[in-house]
Ligand binder design. Structure first.
Ligand code: AP5
Ligand code: MG
Length: 214
């Protein structure tokens, strides 16, 4: 099963992607997590990506696309994978489509997690993230078992650098301009599934899995 998670920043792409990856035993590939781990390790890619991420802007396509195309060709992706935060521009989507078409392959679903901008601003303020495994929590709607500690790997949770209200506002603007057109792109490809992401995490998850298993 090859799935793309679409949706605004904070819509719940990562939350649902991790649950889907656990349920179906396929890798969760988050470009945001890949960039954050490169920043943490101080790599050249991390240094370049940070300049854009801190401003709420997209990292240029040329730093992003090859990285994902390489990643989906690794052995653990043979049975499928979940892309979270990629593609984010039409050129990225076209590169992905072309890379798969070379092998007579294509994505199965693009799941659009739909949430209004107003709710997103509230969600982001309460988000806490694990800098090690990428799991996300929320101070109200998804508390970790032990306060401030990741359930999955035991790392201390942090507030992401780009979750400041002014950066979130910029990320939303960039989303509407650059990424929202992908909804039409995947609708035309006939693989779009839109879910109302404003409901409880488990309800959204049930909705998605019902369609995937339908
Ligand atoms: P990335 O890490 O992908 O961030 P994003 O798209 O802005 O999305 P988020 O991770 O902020 O939100 P999410 O949808 O995963 O929500 P989550 O599940 O955490 O990218 C970061 C940056 O990297 C970009 O700005 C860009 O600079 C760069 N980048 C990454 N990919 C790129 C690409 N392809 N091209 C170019 N640049 C790229 O949920 C949010 C919060 O809400 C959490 O606290 C969660 O617990 C809570 N929550 C989730 N679901 C619910 C629910 N149903 N009800 C209540 N609370 C909920
Ligand atoms: Mg995420």
């Amino acid at each position: 099963m090859k799935i793309i998670m679409l949706g605004a920043p904070g819509a719940g792409k990562g939350t649902q992607a991790i649950m889907l990856a656990d349920k179906y035993g396929i890798p969760h590939i988050s470009t945001g997590d890949i960039f954050r781990s490169n920043i943490k390790m101080g790599t050249e890619l991390g240094k370049k990506a940070k300049e854009y991420m801190d401003q709420g802007l997209l990292v240029p396509d040329e730093l992003t696309t090859d990285l994902v195309v390489d990643r989906i060709h690794q052995e653990d992706c043979a049975k499928g994978f979940i892309l979270d935060g990629f593609p984010r521009t039409i050129p990225q989507a076209e590169c992905l489509t072309e890379a798969l078409a070379k092998e007579d392959d294509q994505m199965d679903y693009a799941i659009n997690v739909d949430v209004k901008d107003e709710s997103i601003i509230n969600r982001m303020a309460g988000r806490r993230a694990c800098p090690n495994c990428g799991a996300t929590y929320h101070l109200v709607s998804l508390k970790p078992k032990k306060e401030g500690i990741c359930d999955r790997c035991g790392e201390k949770l942090i507030l992401r650098d780009d979750d400041k209200p002014e950066t979130v506002k910029k990320r939303l603007e960039v989303y509407h301009e650059m990424t929202q057109p992908l909804i039409d792109y995947y609708e035309k490809e006939g693989i779009l599934l839109t879910v109302d992401g404003s409901r409880d995490i488990e309800v959204v998850f049930d909705d998605i899995t019902r369609v995937l298993e339908g």
